[in-house]
Design a protein. Sequence first.
Lengths: 291, 608
Amino acid sequence: MPSAPLLLSQAFNGLALGTLLALVSSGLTIILGTLGVLNFAHGALFMLGAYAMYVVIAHTGSFLLGILVGAMFMLVVGVLLERILIRLFYNRPHEDQILVTFGASIVIVEAVRAVFGGNSQHVPTPGWGEGIARIGFLFYPLYRLELIGIIAALLLLLYLILYRTSIGLVVRAGIEDARMVGILGINVQRAFLLVFAIGVVAAGVSGMLYAPIVSVQPDMGGNFLVEAFVVIVIGGLGSYPGAVVGGLIAGEIISITSAFDSAYSDVMLYAVMALLLVLRPQGLFGSEGRV
Amino acid sequence: MRARFWPELAMAAVLLAAPLILPDLGFSFDLLQRILDWGLIGLGFDLLFGATGLLSFGQAAFYGTGGFVAAYLLVSHAMSSVALALLVGTLAAGLFGLVVGWLAVRRIGIYFAMITLAFGEMAYFLENSPLARFTGGENGLPGVPVPQLGGLKITPGLPMYWMLALLFFVGFVLARRILHSPFGAVLRAIKENTARAGMTGHSVPAYKLAVFVIAALYAGLAGGLLGVFQSYMPPDAFALDTSGQLVVQTVIGGVGTLVGPLVGATLWLWLRDNLQQVPLVGALWKLILGLIFVVLVVVLKRGIAGEIRWIFSRRRRAATEAGVPEEAGEDAAAMPVAAPELPLRATLAVTREDAPALRAIGVSKFYGGLHAVEDVSFDVRTGSIHAVIGPNGAGKSTLFKMLKDEVSPTMGEVLLFGHRITGLGPTRTAQLGIGKSNQLNQLFLDLTVAENLRIAALARARGTFRTDLWRAADSIPAVERQVAAAMETVGLTHRAGVPVHVLPYGEKRRLEIGIALAIGPNVLLLDEPLAGMSPAERVSTRALIREIGRSRTLLIVEHDMDAIFELAERITVLYEGRLLADGTPEEIQRNQAVQDAYLGGLHEHEPA
């Protein structure tokens, strides 16, 4: 049995990983819920965000500028991707949508590899994030602690956009019935573009924020893609609250399990998913029959 | 299916000629072996994705399982026979496929891809750490011995190529047999129209699970061979990239062609090996392939092998499509005078002689606060033609769906010859002898007319599920007689070989009835059979309905009142979800409430 401080510290790690997974998954789930497209390129876009941060920091040294410029860059990428590729696939079978986004992810990953090489790059922790925080008897890297707060704020911002604005209303109505929204005379195409772009920015910003903690390399997104899938299967397809709660649950499962035996940390996540598929196939917040 | 063996012969020729020609084109024996290995796992994957439409991103799980089980048994000296170890590995992969498949096949489309991907990753992590004691973790298992044949070692190089080529060839022949078996016909039906395949009486989940296990077995054998031919079992067999590469190779090579994965692997691996030698573009080989892949998905969906097959079949296709006239206005003449007897019929299980064919007892369907159907009870007498009428939104279609248990009633129950069928689902009720044609056509569009009807007849002949993988789909005499009889009854004999999507609307409509008929029902439900038909077609279809009503119980929903009063012996009237009247046509015609409902007397806002 692991000691209490270890468990507590792992619970904190779980929170940090969980909020990050929540942000990544919420981008995936609003695209899935509104457009009905499962974006296999989400992991590659996460990676692209991390590289955007790496480039801006290498030139300016400013983390904040990295986030701002990076987010703008991801917005452009999202808009281009939707306009050029994704919109051709709204009326094609799910299998085709999966294939084309999967293809897009290969192209993005390989393009980054061609430009930056396959070696891992280092993104420095911003000045305000250096050092160790002390909470009671627990010592914790300051940046990771701040990250929890930053991502929580971003999730709140996303919540406000989705639930407190008229654009969000269109988006949520689109999740329920995109055709009906169109019949009401609202430009669904533009709402779709917006949602896709927001989802891409969410993936990219997650990558930017995570960049200082990990080594940045072209294949870093794959693992996050799969974990985001698990999160939205747990939380319920297309559900924003499901993505947030599912992300936190997934983060805690991985971190707490590794306090006992790190060999099982990822396996346990999938085991929980399998269990949920048997007991509650629509996920925690999902409704049967949607998507 | 006529006995056409030229694909097998061509494949044999290619496999025999490859080691003579290809080494000069930059293919080493190692490369050829890899291509065959990818082709082998691809055979199973194409049955799963190409034939059945199930896109799995987790085939690496079974590839790795087969590989590591076989490799561990050999390396640990638990087994000395390579063949036996390969067999055990293959079966282990199949068993794992059974478990994952059981969880995955109940979900469709997006869910299926996500779940298979997640289980693939789970297998990767299992191999990597908890099971590292057996699998070597990140190092994999080196020292896998080569197989022996009568004391003769099958060494790497040409002998190993022959072994792989032989195994691939056997796998190819088997996959083709499966594809053209009754089992394979059902797989194609599931891809074309999953709901209708279930409605005709095939257990869709059972078939999906079976083909998932078959794909896992192919992957398991390929995985085992990977360890054997390179004397080393690598952990990246389990990696996500393996599953992804398989998908890409299959799409590039051609989905649904069986050879597609082999062709795709040839291109992928040859480009990788040879582009890497070229300066400047060397590092870009995967980017180039990625771009080719995206273009193929967007524009040319058939892939390389699919495109070649399409070009070769163009002449034949042009011939069949030229045989379709503009619009069948005069095909009242094509209708038979008397419908031939169907050889296959559902067995009647009559509890009491006087039990009605169908009895609805207080059936209701509520969608939240909406009461679509409320407390409706009526009997359908055996052997009668019975009509259900009512204004739009009266709940007729919902009632029909409950009579076949496509939707289960919120309250109440339905009895078929005295047996409760509520809760059994549309597949079981089809097997029990309820056929249904739908308001909107539910056809297998890419299959021919005969194939469409065969899907239905096979459900009657074979039951909900059977693994008859080796016989040809059209080799069951009773099924073929049934197809011919159903085709003649609906007047489509001259269209037997025509793909359904090119048929004119009226003929599609008749095929819709034909499919319901070909399952050999005792009770046939027809939901608006005349909808959208021209006046001439209506006349012939009315004759058709009267004809097929001679030998079975018929229940019709229809808006065409002339047709109803001509055909029906008894009429049930629904109004706003409730039963308004039930009686003979004369009684209904005289019924004041019915007149009011149709003339708008009950509610002023109700359109006539």
